[in-house]
Ligand binder design. Sequence first.
Ligand code: ADP
Length: 610
Amino acid sequence: MKLLRHPISLPCLVDVLMLALLAATVFSLLQPQHVPSSLSTGLPWLMLTAIAVLTVTRIYLASQLRAITHILAQAEAAQHTAEEAVKTKARFLATMSHEIRTPMNGVIGMTRLLMNTPMSKKQSEFVESIHLSGEHLLTVINDVLDFSKIEAGKLDLKREPFDLRACIEDIISLLHAKALEKNLELAYTVGPSIPLFIEGDQVRLRQILTNLVGNAIKFTDRGEITIFVLPRRHKGDEYELEFQINDTGPGIPANRLESIFEQFSRADDKLVRQREGTGLGLAISRHLIEMMHGNIWVQSTVGVGSRFHFTIRTRKAKGQLKPCLQNNIPAITGKRILIVENNPASCQSLHDACKGWGALADVVHTSADAISRMAIGKSYDVVLVETNLPGDTPLTLARYIRSRYSKQELPLILIAPPNDRHPKIVVRELYNQYLTKPVTRSRLFDSLMTALGDTSLVMPKPAKSSLKLGEWLPLRILLAEDNPINQMVATAILEEMAYTTTVVENGVQALEALRTQPYDVIFMDMQMPEMDGLEATRRIRAEFPAEHQPVIIAMTANALEGDKQECLDAGMNDYISKPVLPEAVEATLQRWCLPKEKQQEEPDHATAIH
Ligand code: ADP
């Protein structure tokens, strides 16, 4: 298209040709002696005819060119308008997101604080509903923002190495409380041939899985949710992986299997109304999966359950594995482990984990089977037993074992749901370790290693302390925030951690406060009158000597991609988006203010029974 607008366009070429012909005609008329006699009479006429044809062609081409140029100009204008519209939409969404998050921080923060005050049962229920609605509204805002980012082509995927199994374990840890409320089993299996580290965008993969597993939990009332990761094909270091998320929920009618991936689409409005949702989760997931060069589809039978599949393309990557994800651990290799578990998915994942570490693992489904194995002389180094066995309780097996072996001779690990009612005293007497479900690889690994008497690779447990953070990590904290309600929320959150906070309303006041006395930490809003948080940070970094430099943490309703980077570029250390969660504040304070040697890499939930 561009060629047509170049100075040497087709009509110009025709013009040049015409001039050449005209010159030749005039030359042949004026100098007939230079023209062969056989051509001298016919040639001028032939050339004149050619000129006439070329003239008509030229007029036609020029008119076509004008029309095309006009269309091009229109398309350019339309493209410009569309680009402007996308920019306006993005600006509108950014403003909306900020304006909604600011009061949401007040609603969610205040509700959380209210929940910690004495209330009647009825009042607690009301407050709980406000809290849930607030959280739901936040999901809606996040989904809408994500969707608009995808539509505007503003979402870029990262390519960095990450540990796939750890990523899935994180999702299980995040969602297991919801699954347990409904007594649903939650288990995962990653095919052994799948590389331990892969390349990709871990945050976005987690978002897809959280949506699919979250939906499975949301729509399923009884049964189990299982996650499988299988290799589809691979060539060298390139892999195509397939993820499957299975549930035993209500299923999806055949005529809706395609449309649920469209935005704002729901398979069953009545069912969905009871369970809340934006109807955007699958549409966002589909876009993200397509960006990962994959597909998503679902198989489902009404009344039986659904199986969501999706694929991604990735590459094998290098990385340092946590010990619990390595194969053939010397302390476990060759050990005989008996797994007494009835749920097939859990059996599979316990068995795979033990086998991966090099153990010889046997699986049985009842206490009776376990006892008969031992009665015929099969000996074991460790027994893992689940509480929910068909027909009997694990106590039968535990008592049988303890009547023959001491805790040192044959360690016994009990796996139980968090709401398990086994009396503590019995548990302490019979079992070596107690693991609450869901059993992640890292916690199973730590329990097994402890049971086998080798704690060299076990993650150290955080020192259990009933002290509040402020009581053992005193800090001088300054809050720069202009919104009075958000000031109350932040100071109340910090007060719960035993911190007293000095509050200022803008960047100018923050600088003044810092000139009067040093602060260890500043929580800094981004948008404030007189001087915003970014400018204040730049000035603090420029003005104060190193020993008086505080840790500056953005606490902001600007939650779009790029906002965090802007804060870091201005010189802030970290970023917390509103609505502010007390856990996020505590974790950030620990991350920046605790000496490195005291920091925990990962909390351990396994409870050792002594
Ligand atoms: P929502 O936020 O409504 O869950 P999604 O885009 O995640 O939005 O899902 C779209 C619709 O697909 C849901 O409203 C529901 O009707 C259907 N759906 C998704 N997952 C499941 C599932 N595991 N079982 C049954 N229906 C499902």
